[in-house]
Design a protein around this ligand. Sequence first.
Ligand code: SF4
Length: 326
Amino acid sequence: MLQAGNLVEVVDLKKWFRIRRGIGKSRVKYVRAVDGVTFNVRRGETLGLVGESGSGKTTVGRTVIRLYNPTEGRIFFEGRDISGLDEKELKPMRRKMQMIFQDPYASLNPRMTVSDIIAEPLEVHRLASPAERKDRIHELLKIVGLNPEHANRYPHEFSGGQRQRIGIARALAAEPSFIIADEPISALDVSIQAQVVNLLEELQEKLQLTYLFIAHDLAMVKHISNRVAVMYLGKIVEIAPSSELYQHPLHPYTLALLSAVPIADPEAEAARRRIILAGDIPSPIDPPAGCRFHTRCAKAMPQCRKHPPELKDAGSGHLVACHLYG
Ligand code: SF4
């Protein structure tokens, strides 16, 4: 199944959450957080996954790494179908697939020292003997740019950027090949964001890592991603190589997202016209029929209300799901 060069393949993945509203069976509804997404992540690349709040991007990340069980669809990692594996079978896979979370403070146990936090994956996966552990922890702290002498401090003694570095060191301790970074810089000051992105890029090269980098705006993934996938209401609407997506966006939703990104060139910035989308993202409990974006799309046609567009190749690996493109 696995195509050469792919580390991860996701095929028609769905993740629905059951909810109950009121009394009786008919009151059972489903939040269709992820509703049929197909994509791959090539070895050594960074795939950016972008969408506004409620698009399902975080649920994709958590389902791919099997923190959630998929409702339907298949997930291949290193050629193995991991969608139906139980906890025991997943354990060796979990070591290779790690997650970096958005809020570094909430994701670190405040009662554990940095040393204990990083030691946890070493112990769980038996990656260092008790004698080797201290050296390995110090080495990991150095790799992420932290002072090994601070290993016995607690998370609250560090800044937001330093705490994110601790989270990265904890992920690296498991010696993963694939990292899902779920909005890893959104909670950080703008001045610190570039430092964390640079660190992730350096680590990728040094340790041959593959990333799925989740973000809520296109500006955040621009520099780090080789390719970018755009999500809207549980579906991927466009995937393209990064430079192609930024220079020749096709989907009306991507155009709207890009219009919000400031441009460094003052003349181009003065000419930038922001596309303001009407209304909010609809509920994933009862998504619109046809193209899910039709309720907010200025270019919607009658067929858009009835027929869901498929993700199709518009040329050179640029995939788009929109009736404007055949
Ligand atoms: Fe707009 Fe129709 Fe394209 Fe959907 S399929 S993005 S509604 S033009």
